[in-house]
Write a protein that binds this ligand. Sequence first.
Ligand code: G3H
Length: 496
Amino acid sequence: EIHQREYLSNGEMKQWEGDMHTVYSPVAVKTAEGYKRKVIGTYPVCTEIEAMESLAAAVAAYDNGRGQWPTMSVQDRIRCVEQFTHKMIEQKDLVVKLIMWEIGKSVADSVKEFDRTVEYIYATIDALKDIDRDSSRFVIEQGIVAQIRRSPLGVVLCMGPFNYPLNETFTTLIPALIMGNTLLFKPPKHGTLLHYPLLEAFKECFPKGVVNTIYGRGHAIVPALMQSGKINVLTLIGSSKVADELKKLHPKVNRLRAILGLDAKNAAIVTENADIDLAVSETVLGALSFNGQRCTALKIIFVHRSKVDQFLQQLSEAVGKLKIGMPWEKGVALTPLPEPQKPAYLKDLIDDAVANGARVVNEGGGTAFESFVYPAVLYPVNKDMKVYREEQFGPIIPVIAFDDLEEPIEYLIESTHGQQVSIFSSDPTETASLIDPLVNQVSRVNINCQCQRGPDVFPFTGRKDSAEGTLSVVDALRSFSIRSLVATKLNENNKH
Ligand code: G3H
């Protein structure tokens, strides 16, 4: 068990003496009273007072752009990030173990999350060359020579999600730092302890006040930060509802830059010309990796009526072969869910679909045990069911049969989400005809493959309620900075 009392604020490890949050692992263990979620530690429930102190530290470290960090050369900032990354790698075993215990991710996926984060950091550093190309560029127009630079934006409030608590948090935190911003960093409720082994490295590698961690109940501490008007960039990977509420609290919302990864209800379209083996294997991966708890997961599947029986049969068989078990078990595909209320929510979605005419196609689908939920393939799904629109963020695969390709296209047009879509078809003329109608609805069209964020150098964004701003290595560097110019008028005395 880890009992964390410290939080990092203004370059100091502060000791918290107040309320503590108890962390229950989704991994339930057998006790005399039956199965119980295992307690794995505690962390501080700080108040608005500590959050505002940390904000003051980040504001002071930025010092209206005159602070040590925003004025330091980007190469020196990178040295700090590299030093931090070395120390982070030293903590790999513990961080991986904590990812596994805190959010129930399999060992293999927890290791992948850690390694992907390190690769992301180095790729971002590498991508700076592209940004550097911007800053070393001179443009001469109408007798004026302009050097284009990239400058920081100010104080960033950075909040990551529970499903990628390390990786997705760092996809914003690292580029924000490299570009010279200072930050307040609030880890997700399920996924806080795993950052604890990194606090000392943050303290040692960055100047005072550049990185400040805040802990506690989001609704109790974040509103005051937003209302202060001192947050220049809000970055949140989470729900669009929360993002909208937070933005509204900012007194000058038009001056706030928001970089947001939000809700999604990604669809797959399996046409009459699809390779069903491929469509099934990609659907299993796309819908069920990390129990479907990915914003990029496939959350609704449209299958041409002529192929639906074959698709359902093969999909049910494939789902039936998946191993459900503890995160450390070899070959495990489905693991316990960290949100305690999630099994009841998923059951409600399934019951609602069944009450409205769907059936659970696969044997045992939807069965719940403690924090485990066995995946459910639902068919035939229709508009009257909650699962048609709601983002299940869990192991439910709703399937709809269609006769005309206009039907899934209509679904995407009407949807409030706009992240990605997958098309499965072996007919290149058919896929080509679908790209144009789809690419204006979502930000990524995948052909014969599942939806996903990576490779991480690809731009990652979404339309409508799915995102604001763009992430990925290069795009994130741009998102956390502003282009500025140094423009010099050329004249006889000033030719150089
Ligand atoms: O949950 C949202 C993540 O961005 C998904 O990332 O597609 O790499 O699993 P992924």
